[in-house]
Design a protein around this ligand. Structure first.
Ligand SMILES: CC(C)(COP(=O)(O)OP(=O)(O)OC[C@H]1O[C@@H](n2cnc3c(N)ncnc32)[C@H](O)[C@@H]1OP(=O)(O)O)[C@@H](O)C(=O)NCCC(=O)NCCS
Length: 204
């Protein structure tokens, strides 16, 4: 399965719209990410950024500006010119096989399979770059995200610290699952190839 085919989310979960496209974050997406704030509730912003913030914070936009598409990368899901969701990984310093991940789906698009599709694509991309484990921190009161993680990794155990659950998510054994319980991505079954070519980075 090629990565570009994997990016076609029309076959994933129960998204339902043909126009959703997932692709790497590009520098021209900064304003689009900024505009996402209008479609994010205070609860979604709090659970993603671990603090009360009325909009997507500037430090996050700065992190996106610093993506190197190897140790740090992000995928965006778009409908036309608007970003519906974004997921990123940051490779751990000194442990290059591990990466922290975070996901944010705009409120109107939550519970439609988009977060699962983004994580599946991110897992494939990261796996191709030698990452075998994701780390994720979830606020303990964030029940949707806790269920979301267990949906993708049913057997995972969490450790808790300071009001957050920490998940250690192995990519080699954990395929992210769609709503029917079927694997959406399994790095063991995927023929990885480097596709960091201009078409791969094409913007729409
Ligand atoms: C958590 C989040 C990323 C989930 O994304 P999503 O697109 O809504 O998730 P999906 O539609 O792919 O859901 C996959 C599964 O997760 C579970 N799940 C997701 N949202 C849920 C909710 N609100 N209640 C219960 N279970 C939920 C379900 O098992 C779901 O499968 P199902 O719909 O077939 O039952 C999204 O709600 C979000 O962006 N929240 C705000 C930011 C955040 O908390 N990020 C996570 C920490 S970084």
């Amino acid at each position: 399965m090629s990565f570009m085919k994997q990016l076609d989310v029309r076959t994933a979960a129960h998204i339902g719209l043909d126009d959703v496209r997932i692709r790497p974050y590009g520098i021209t997406d900064r304003d689009r990410v900024h505009r996402m704030s209008a479609r994010l509730s205070a609860a979604s912003l709090y659970t993603r950024f671990f603090s009360g913030t009325p909009r997507i914070p500037d430090h996050y936009l700065g992190l996106l500006d610093g993506l190197d598409h190897w140790n740090r990368d992000a995928l965006v899901a778009l409908d036309g010119g608007e970003i519906l969701g974004i997921a990123e990984y940051v490779r751990a310093a000194g442990r290059p096989w591990r990466a922290d991940i975070a996901i944010l789906v705009t409120d109107p698009w939550q519970r439609r399979g988009l977060g699962s599709a983004l994580v599946a694509c991110l897992a494939e991309l990261a796996g191709r770059r030698g990452i075998t484990e994701f780390d994720a921190d979830v606020v303990l009161t964030n029940r949707p995200a806790l269920r979301f993680v267990r949906h993708g990794w049913p057997a995972v155990h969490a450790t808790s610290e300071g009001g957050s659950a920490h998940f250690h998510l192995p990519l080699a054994r954990a395929a992210f699952r769609n709503s029917a319980g079927n694997a959406m991505t399994d790095p063991r079954n995927t023929a990885f190839e480097r596709t960091d070519s201009p078409p791969y980075l094409a913007q729409r």
